[in-house]
Design a protein around this ligand. Structure first.
Ligand code: 2OP
Length: 229
């Protein structure tokens, strides 16, 4: 039985719906808003992986803006600088997934220390969490900025151990991004994959998450671990 003393959440996609920006995308690409949002998210992640491998760190926000420039060109969209800035700003006001606020409140009630560990900058993480009124739910908001490299580099995941002062075996890492849960599991965290879209497979890289759920509320009911502050 795993003795979980803290829970660390990925931000984008896990707690917050990155496709909240699809509405703003629709204004720039009528009828292609979700297509733009999905291509934008994939290219954003690709750019973080490439930047880490190149040893050329820059902010997640810059990677997001660069990815948008790619999408505008790739899809042939007439988006001027102002429209692109408006779209990037939408990433600062993402909606939490429906079950998230109540689940976080219940975890707080049980006294489980919570954190966020994200590729986002310190400023962006604070903006997204603050705009949703959820800042007080977390003991730590952790950005990759101090280590100047993106997930799934192990140096990023180590930030969670350092912040909570706990061994990784006592920290549950929660992500809806299978690649992120794979990286966290490789680092040594027990992992919970939030399979929000009902994907029919996890990553095929030789490991499985400790638990697969459809929403973070299922963390509370799982018998895979004991939750004890
Ligand atoms: C994160 O929040 C990009 O979803 C990833 O770190």
């Amino acid at each position: 039985m795993l003795d979980i003393k803290a829970i660390v959440f990925d931000l984008y996609g896990t707690l917050f719906d990155v496709h909240s920006v699809a509405t703003a995308c629709e204004a720039v690409a009528p009828g292609r808003g979700m297509e733009l949002s999905q291509l934008w998210r994939q290219k954003q992640l690709e750019y973080t992986w490439l930047r880490s491998m190149m040893g050329q760190y820059l902010s997640f926000e810059q990677a997001t803006a660069d990815a948008l420039d790619y999408c505008v060109a790739r899809l042939g969209l007439p988006a001027d600088a102002g429209q692109r800035a408006t779209l990037c700003d939408a990433y600062l006001a993402l909606q939490p997934h429906a079950e998230v606020p109540a689940a976080l409140q219940e975890l707080n009630r049980r006294g489980i220390p919570l954190g966020i560990l994200s590729n986002g900058s310190v400023r962006s993480i604070a903006a997204v969490v603050g705009n949703a009124g959820l800042a007080e739910r977390f003991r730590h908001l952790l950005s990759v900025e101090p280590v100047q490299v993106f997930k799934p580099d192990p140096r990023v995941y180590a930030l969670g151990e350092d912040a909570f002062g706990l061994g990784r075996q006592h920290i549950l890492f929660v992500s809806s991004n299978a690649w992120d849960a794979t990286g966290a599991g490789h680092f040594g965290y027990p992992t919970c994959w939030v399979n929000r879209n009902g994907a029919n497979t996890f990553e095929c890289m030789g490991s499985r998450p400790t638990l697969e759920v459809r929403g973070i509320d299922a963390i509370l009911a799982s018998d895979a671990w004991r939750l004890a502050a």
